[in-house]
Design a protein. Structure first.
Lengths: 215, 422
């Protein structure tokens, strides 16, 4: 039953069908042109040297030190407000709100050339805390700290688990402010034994600067 | 079960219960950690009002609190504050002998954050406007003879008739201008461990001013430092107000006599006196007349201590973000409903360490700590883990402990009675 109709199409399109074909062909041609031009521009931006920021090389600029406001760990899909915390009896106790993280206010501010920025947040055994998956960060992952001065980007250098005693032994290295060149130190707890946490997981990240396109 | 075995079992359980009681810090007399917070204390016309104090104490096993950590604004204070939107007062303790508190006030739109070891419990918000007092200018007046002192008699009547009404009209119009205090978020926080305590206060955009009708207008009295050092003392007077009143009166005299140039010209010519000289002389006369009346404004009016800190005991600290008093000297000239204000009052400690905590980590080089010691050491422990979103022993643990105590004691008593019968 459909054959005669089909045969009539093959025999020659009607005026309306012909116009439809022209329209489709025109749209397709425009799309192709746009793709070629757009692709050429992108490729050209890599091939042709110039002063444009999109020239391909990573662009980071220095920012002035500023109090941190927010932590972003894109790999973990985590962002958390940062509040300043103080050391009490030689211990850092993160904010009680497990969604927040605490910046040890004696440590370096993001953007500082000296010292190290120490940020700690809770791990909660039942889940839901900002730093529950901190140990999943691996070398090469980016971590951003947004301060009053802008967005400071760091690249993770190492993730290591320390026993509580080891943290005490390496306290000066991990938290001391006479070294570090502005690196970021993230700390939370790990090794839940059913009653308490036996260890800390520590992430050390090197400062890159403020991404030029996200300041 | 034989009688003897039953007796032994009961006695053993009773002894275990007693041992639990003896070793359990839950039953210790002194708290191992304590903190308190009061958002606002106000003295109004001889009586005080406040938001109440929220306290937290910890006996080594659990925290006990009293008061309200979501305080409401006292009605009497509400009349004095035109934009006092958010109050915060909270305190927490841990079983390991740590405590922290934070309190303060902020204007509409401020955000509350939870107290911990952070330094702020309020962020953002509009400016707080406190209607602190009203200056009383109702008794200010300048008499015609005072205005024309030293002037030729031919001029006196004309000058007095023109100047006296406008000057006294201006003074009357001053009425009772308000003495206001604008503040950003004002808050204090403290934290304490078993051996040390520290506190801080944050104040933003703080100033005192007087708002009078034109031509006096807004007169800035003092700008308070942001995030002040401990025990920053500020005393201010209303000399700027006195100067503003004098300036306003001078302007009025100059305008009035300048407008009378046609009338005064023929009177000034025989005396070889210029109009400007006359204006200067009249302004000087009026200043002499007003000076003694404005003198009380030169005295200290506001006595303010910012970030007021004291150490009532070793390992304890008492912090008040802003402590303001209207000085008695001001009462001569100021209708003071609001006599004193204390914003953001917190206390932390003294705390104790009841036993070596399981999670305590020995320090590598533990420096000695004192209440006022600067924070130069590094942390040797990071307490960043929790079993669940609740703190402290679980309800099941409490129930188990309570059940053991009751069962052991009951068995002991029953066994003792059986032994008496046998």
């Amino acid at each position: 039953m459909t054959e005669p109709a089909s045969g009539s199409h093959r025999a020659g399109p009607t005026g309306r069908a012909r116009w439809r074909r022209y329209a489709v062909a025109t749209v397709t041609a425009v799309q192709l042109l746009a793709t070629v031009l757009g692709g050429g521009a992108v490729i050209g931006s890599f091939l042709v040297p110039g002063s444009d920021a999109s020239a391909g090389a990573p662009e980071y600029t220095a920012i002035r030190p500023g109090a941190p406001l927010r932590l972003a760990m894109p790999t973990l899909h985590v962002t958390a407000p940062i509040v300043p915390i103080a050391m009490v009896d030689h211990a850092l106790d993160p904010p009680r709100d497990y969604r927040e993280v605490g910046w040890w206010q004696t440590s370096a501010r993001p953007g500082a050339a000296r010292g190290q920025t120490v940020i700690t947040g809770h791990t909660v055994h039942t889940g839901g805390a900002s730093m529950n998956r901190l140990g999943k960060l691996t070398a090469g992952d980016f971590v951003d700290v947004i301060s009053q001065r802008g967005r400071m980007r760091y690249v993770v250098q190492r993730t290591k688990v320390y026993s509580k005693a080891a943290v005490a032994r390496h306290a000066q290295d991990l938290f001391g402010q006479d070294h570090g060149r502005g690196r970021l130190v993230l700390v939370t707890c790990t090794d839940w034994n059913g009653v308490t946490y036996e260890s800390n997981v520590v992430v050390v990240a090197k400062p890159l600067g403020a991404p030029a396109d996200q300041r | 079960m034989s009688h003897r075995l039953f007796l032994r079992t009961g006695s053993a359980l009773a002894a275990a219960s007693v041992a639990l009681l003896a070793t359990g810090p839950a039953f210790a007399a002194d708290p191992v950690a304590q903190a308190s917070a009061t958002a606002l204390e106000v003295g109004i016309a001889g009586h005080g009002t406040e938001t109440g104090t929220y306290t937290a104490t910890n006996d080594g096993t659990r925290e006990t609190t009293s008061g309200d950590n979501a305080p409401a604004l006292p009605v009497a204070v509400g009349q004095q504050a035109t934009n006092l939107g958010t109050l915060a007062q909270d305190a927490v303790t841990t079983t390991a002998g740590h405590s922290a508190a934070c309190s303060g006030v902020a204007g509409e739109g401020a955000t509350l954050t939870q107290v911990g070891d952070g330094t702020r419990c309020l962020t953002g918000g509009q400016t707080i406007t406190l209607d602190a007092a009203h200056a009383d200018f109702s008794k200010l007046q300048v008499l015609p003879p005072q205005i024309t002192q030293g002037l030729d008699t031919t001029l006196a009547d004309a000058v007095a008739g023109a100047v006296a009404p406008v000057v006294n009209q201006l003074l009357t119009a001053l009425g009772n201008p308000g003495l206001g205090i604008d503040l950003g978020a004002v808050q204090a926080s403290c934290s304490a461990g078993p051996t040390s305590a520290r506190g801080t206060a944050n104040i933003a955009h703080a100033s005192a001013y007087l708002q009078a009708p034109a031509p006096i207008g807004h007169v800035d009295l003092v700008s308070l430092p942001v995030d002040p050092a401990p025990n920053t003392h500020v005393v201010t007077n209303l000399s700027a107000v006195a100067e503003a009143v004098q300036r306003g009166v001078d302007t009025q005299i100059s305008t009035t006599l300048g407008g009378q140039a046609g009338t005064l010209g023929p009177l000034l010519q025989p005396l070889q006196l210029g109009l400007d000289t006359l204006i200067d002389e009249v302004q000087s006369n009026v200043t002499d007349a007003l000076g003694p009346q404005l003198a009380p404004l030169e005295q200290n009016v506001l006595d303010i201590v910012l970030n007021k800190q004291s150490q009532p005991a070793r390992g304890a600290i008492d912090v008040t973000a802003l402590d303001l008093h209207l000085l008695p000297a001001a009462r001569q000239f100021v209708d003071a409903d609001l006599a004193s204000v204390a914003i953001g009052h917190v206390t932390c400690g003294p705390n104790t360490r009841v036993a070596p905590a399981a999670d305590a980590v020995p320090a590598v080089d533990t420096p000695s700590t004192s209440t006022s010691e600067p924070d130069t050491a590094v942390p040797t422990a990071v307490e960043a883990g929790a079993g669940s979103l609740d703190e402290g022993p679980s309800p099941l643990a409490h129930a188990a402990l309570g059940g053991l105590v009751v069962a052991g004691t009951g068995a002991g008593v029953w066994g003792f009675r059986r032994s008496l019968r046998s």
